[in-house]
Design a protein around this ligand. Structure first.
Ligand code: SAM
Length: 291
């Protein structure tokens, strides 16, 4: 059998053959550990019936493992220099489609429709470029794609924020945004040594399982996310004070205090103590008062 791409030796060989130089600006840190890749695939729940979408295949380390374990893989890569390399490294696999596109500009819903059966389970899997982790994940979540899960390697601190629980340091508006759409769990911390070149930050594998419907009812999603953000604007401040700043020119502090009383949430609490249900209550209450 052929050697896997995801080993230090093979990766160095490929990089040398194509005189490839890493672009830091594209977040290029390639995985060189097959065990880690198999862990990602296991947590992604990939089997031979699954359709897989990958973001940023690099030289194909994860793409290869996806091709082995899934039915079909579609991978988006922005760096043109990698296209001839991928053609070479993945030549033995007939179930891979490489799309030369910026994931932030792409129509993933259309790609799913064109490449997978309507009843097919689809998973998004990626070792994401760190510089745009949050924009990529928020784009994919907001589009409410018909995917079962997103399993991604990202910066440890960001993974912790996305999977955080109330009353913890990592809990914030990003937590609410991600958990509104998915059930989030950090499944594994990963040492820097599994990457080439090694990044400056620690990494974790984050698993996001898509919810069939949001866990709370909100009257207006944009309004809800705005209020949540306002409640965390200054972490040390009370809800009353953060909301007073947010509604400056519309409501004064006294009015805000009354509104919070009516809603039934104590204004001297801090944003980090509210769970998603309480944020929904709060946002819906203000939404009805205003509209
Ligand atoms: N999957 C490979 C691996 O694990 O070895 C490479 C992962 S590397 C962390 C991130 C990859 O994403 C790079 O190949 C990079 O060129 C690509 N990339 C960066 N920005 C992108 C974007 N906006 N759209 C698509 N791919 C992107």
């Amino acid at each position: 059998p052929k050697k896997h791409i995801a080993t230090p030796t093979r990766t160095k060989e490929i990089l040398a053959k194509y005189k490839f130089s890493f672009k830091k600006s594209l977040g290029q840190n390639f995985l060189v550990d097959v065990n880690i890749l198999e862990n990602i695939i296991k947590h992604a729940g990939i089997d031979k019936d699954t359709g897989a979408i990958e973001i940023g295949p690099g030289i194909g380390a994860l793409t290869e493992q996806l091709a082995i374990h899934a039915d079909k893989v579609v991978a988006y890569e922005i760096d043109q220099r990698l296209l001839p390399i991928l053609k070479d490294t993945l030549q033995d696999y007939s179930n891979i489609d490489i799309v030369h596109q910026d994931i932030l500009e792409s129509d993933v819903a259309d790609t799913i429709k064109m490449n997978f059966r309507p009843d097919q389970a689809v998973s998004i899997v990626a070792n994401l470029p760190y510089y745009i982790t949050t924009p990529i994940l928020m784009k994919l979540l907001r589009e409410k794609l018909p995917v079962d899960s997103l399993t991604v390697m990202i910066q440890k601190e960001v993974a912790e924020r996305m999977a955080a629980k109330p009353n913890s340091k990592s809990y914030g508006s990003l937590t609410i945004a991600v958990q509104y759409y998915t059930q989030a769990e950090v499944v594994m911390n990963v040492p820097k040594s599994v990457f080439m070149p090694q990044p400056n930050v620690d990494s974790s594998i984050l698993q996001l399982v898509t919810r069939e419907k949001p866990p709370v009812h909100v009257e207006n999603e944009d309004y809800f996310f705005n209020i949540v953000q306002a409640c965390f604007a200054q972490r040390r401040k009370t809800l009353r004070n953060n909301l007073t700043s947010h509604f400056k020119g519309t409501y004064d502090k006294e009015t805000i205090t009354h509104m919070l009383d009516d809603i039934g949430i104590d204004g001297i609490r801090r944003g980090e103590s509210l769970d998603m249900g309480e944020f929904a209550l709060l946002a819906n209450g203000f939404y009805h008062a205003v509209n």
